[in-house]
Design a protein around this ligand. Structure first.
Ligand code: HEC
Length: 406
């Protein structure tokens, strides 16, 4: 197959002038349409912001009334969670930070192995051999992809009826001399019970969760694929999930991974081999081909990991990283989450340079590949919506997420 796919120089042809002209015409037309769409989205966003502001004001008035009722009760003061000016980024004026419109789509079971395999994925070769990023091909068709996958099929064995294929979110990021601040907002989605869990809620305690991952150094295809570097075919709810019995049977690996029921996300770099093609019925992935602990320590010291910041529905947070498994390193982080006027607002902050293993320093002049995930509607594990590879940099308008100084 690979031989057949290789371009034959004998078939090289000049591109006809008419074709180039029509391509130019279409490109211009698309740019115009995009500008119009952007303007419409901006208006929509402003309407949403106004709605939030009204809801916030109502909540504040209510809170004031409560506080007045409890006058003298010092413990009642200081409550937040109004979705507007919370405490995490109290010094940041979000109105002055241009939001990036992000489409998060439902990825189903399209793993890192799946995207690299020419048998399952049309873009495998340009991705693995040609240096293309996921966004090179898919930036404009996420709605189509998400809508198709969420309905069930080859990459979704257990669909959740009614679940939306995409979530439109805005992401804003700012910094001062010490900290990085990130704010996500998106409309609440209607509840669609998951038919495969009792009660329909996979994580009843968390209506939503937000994650941001930052790609470290020395990760194969890391800049091109973002989060996909850690999403393997043998993770929980993935097609080659080994199951509790197989994990228990491999006691050494299970102990090193602290794994019982399932395998968390991991990087290929933490394994001696990861099966991508799955030829002759081999299981895809490499959960049990774990490198020795000393080598994992070295990778961590070298910055070869995905930094992982998570926020839960009640505003609690966990700071960690993905390498041989998901680790919580307890690094410094603050967060808040709230629902007002039908819109979720999640804000979190972290030192720009925490100086801790597992926390990637964010430095001026560097562009980072990040990815965002939203678990909406009490979802857990892979039943989330995600971005493709996304660029983030301090004070750089060319980055998708321009972290502006305040
Ligand atoms: C060179 C272009 C290219 C690149 C790069 C690329 N893809 Fe694709 N992708 C394709 C093509 C072509 C298809 C097949 C479309 C079809 O069959 O209709 C596809 C299909 C998919 C699908 C399935 C969509 C569906 O309709 O079922 C997903 C999911 C996907 N790609 C994800 C990714 C991810 C994630 C990355 C990056 C890790 C990526 N792709 C990189 C070209 C690309």
């Amino acid at each position: 197959m690979e031989k057949l796919e290789t371009p034959n120089p004998a078939f090289k042809r000049e591109v006809p002038q008419e074709y180039l002209a029509s391509l130019k015409f279409i490109t211009e037309k698309e740019a115009e349409e995009e500008a119009a769409e952007k303007a419409a989205k901006k208006a929509e966003r402003e309407a949403v912001q106004a709605k939030i502001a009204t809801a916030v004001e109502a909540a504040r008035a209510e809170e004031r009334a409560t506080l007045e009722g409890e006058a003298g009760d010092a413990a009642a003061s200081g409550s937040t969670g109004d979705g507007g000016g919370g405490t995490v980024a109290a010094n940041i004026d979000w109105n002055a930070v241009a939001p990036a419109d992000m489409t998060l789509f439902y990825p189903g079971q399209a793993s890192f192995e799946w995207v690299q395999n020419g048998k399952t994925h049309g873009g495998a070769r340009p991705l693995t051999k040609g240096g293309d990023a996921c966004t090179t091909c898919h930036a404009k068709e996420l709605e189509a992809i998400g809508t198709k996958i969420v309905a069930g099929g080859e990459t979704e064995a257990t669909p959740i009826p009614g679940k939306p294929g995409t979530i439109d979110a805005t992401v804003q990021a700012a910094h001062d001399d010490e900290n990085l601040y990130v704010r996500l907002q998106w409309p609440e989605t209607a509840h669609s019970p998951a038919p495969f869990v009792e009660g329909g809620k996979m994580d009843p305690d968390n209506q939503i969760k937000v994650a941001m991952m930052i790609t470290g150094t020395g990760i194969e295809l890391g800049e091109q694929v973002g989060c996909w570097a850690s999403c393997h075919a043998d993770n929980s709810y993935m097609p080659f999930d080994p199951g509790a019995e197989a994990i228990a049977a491999n006691a050494d690996v299970a102990a090193q991974l602290e794994a019982k029921e399932t395998i968390t996300k991991y990087l290929t770099e933490s394994r001696t081999k990861v099966e991508v093609k799955g030829r002759r019925g081999k299981a895809q992935g490499g959960w049990d081909k774990l490198k020795p602990a000393e080598e994992i320590d070295q990778l961590l010291a070298d910055g070869t990991y995905l930094d992982l910041l998570r926020v839960y529905a009640d505003g609690t947070a966990s700071n960690g990283y993905l390498l041989d498994r998901r680790v919580e390193n307890g690094g410094e982080m603050e967060a808040e989450a709230s629902l007002a006027g039908g819109v979720w607002t999640v804000v979190f902050s972290r030192p720009l340079n925490p100086g801790a293993p597992g926390d990637i320093p964010i430095e001026p002049g560097k562009t980072y590949t990040v990815g965002f995930a939203i678990h909406d509607d009490y979802a857990a594990a892979r039943f989330h919506h995600v971005t493709l590879n996304t660029s983030l940099a301090l004070d750089d308008e060319t980055a998708q997420i321009d972290v502006t100084k305040q």
